[in-house]
Design a protein around this ligand. Sequence first.
Ligand SMILES: [Ca+2]
Length: 266
Amino acid sequence: MLACSKPAPKVQAPAKQAAPAKTAVAKPPVVAAVMEGMVKVPGGLFRFGCDDELDGPCAQAERPSRLVQVHGFKIDKTEVTVEAYKKCVDAEVCTRAVAGDECNWGESGRDNYPINCVTWYQADQYCRWVGGYLPSEVEWERAARGDDGRLYPWGNEAPDADGIFRANWGEGLARQLWIRDKWEFDAPVGRFEVGAGPYGTLDQAGNVAEWTSTIAPDTQDDPNPERIVKGGSFREYARRLRTYAKDSHGPHRFYSHVGFRCAAAK
Ligand SMILES: [Ca+2]
């Protein structure tokens, strides 16, 4: 696991083996409403991973860079919100997210914030309920990177180039550096339209980092292999916002700086 660039999240302990999500669908899912919030990502060849000459220096886990063929699919325009996740909980399919500290669940005025403090299992259950799935690392990166191998969803400019803030991220340990983008911690989804990706996604870089379905290769023989997390977050340096950057966490763990978005077949 790569180290975070800011102090460890307050909420970091395993969720006491968060209760397994129920498998029975008690009520019809809100498929139509969710699909309306998705954007189309075309299939094709794209450059995945980090090339030391073009993108570097690269971390070992980010190598090698190679061309990958992907099918067309759809992906949520924004991170899944508290309001959307609550519908799955109300349907008695999803389990409640953890509350307290920097977690958004149960906090008034945060309906449009990303749902955070959810385990990989909870994220996976939600995406299945809406008729989709958690995107793979490759799909996630395709949606953020498009055809031109860009460093960030919006292009190759630094997140604060020309004084324009394109994402919600941190930079160093001083509070005044966290809030340069106007948000000290996470923000309501979709507040950085200038940071949109090539297919219209928002906040793929920053705000909360995002679970994917992909198992971290160096943990694949573990009983509970870690899953790749993409995009960086409000508490991480700009380097971690790059399209090819990645982290990984155990599937039973939850964090205030990690949420998710869903994908669906084309
Ligand atoms: Ca994000």
